[in-house]
Design a protein. Structure first.
Length: 129
């Protein structure tokens, strides 16, 4: 099996000159936890963090320093740079929300009442319970 990056939308392979790093595995609590964090970061919906899979690799493109760190304080303790960080379900939701708001504002523009944002009112007049 060719070593290719398991990150969704990443097509890097070892044969492209990318460094590949195995997703942590092992019975140790530290390794299990780290694996879980990696899989959370990678967000492969079809993966079970406790599953028996092995040999998955993540390429160096997903690490700030280009390689994983074993220091749990390091940002490279888990991979953090992903294509899906800009194209995600979240941003799809943001776009959908934006579209809904735009449509609402369009329909409001038809009845020509002026709209004032009640920002000051709600801050000044309504103390928190
Ligand atoms: Zn990759």
């Amino acid at each position: 099996m060719p070593r290719s990056c398991c990150v969704v939308n990443c097509t890097n392979r070892a044969s492209d000159g990318c460094r590949m790093f195995n997703i942590p595995g092992g019975k140790h609590a530290f390794a299990k936890n780290r694996r879980r964090l990696w899989l959370q970061a990678i967000r492969r919906a079809d993966w079970d963090p406790d599953g028996p899979k092995g040999g998955e690799s993540v390429c160096s493109a997903h690490f700030i320093a280009g390689e994983p760190s074993f220091d749990c304080d390091s940002p490279d303790f888990v991979p953090s740079i992903f294509p899906h960080s800009s194209i995600t379900r979240d941003s799809t939701a943001i776009v959908a929300r934006y579209e809904r708001r735009r449509k609402r504002e369009e329909s409001r523009a038809h009845d020509e009442r002026p709209r004032v944002m009640p920002v000051l009112e709600s801050n000044a007049g309504m103390p928190n319970p």
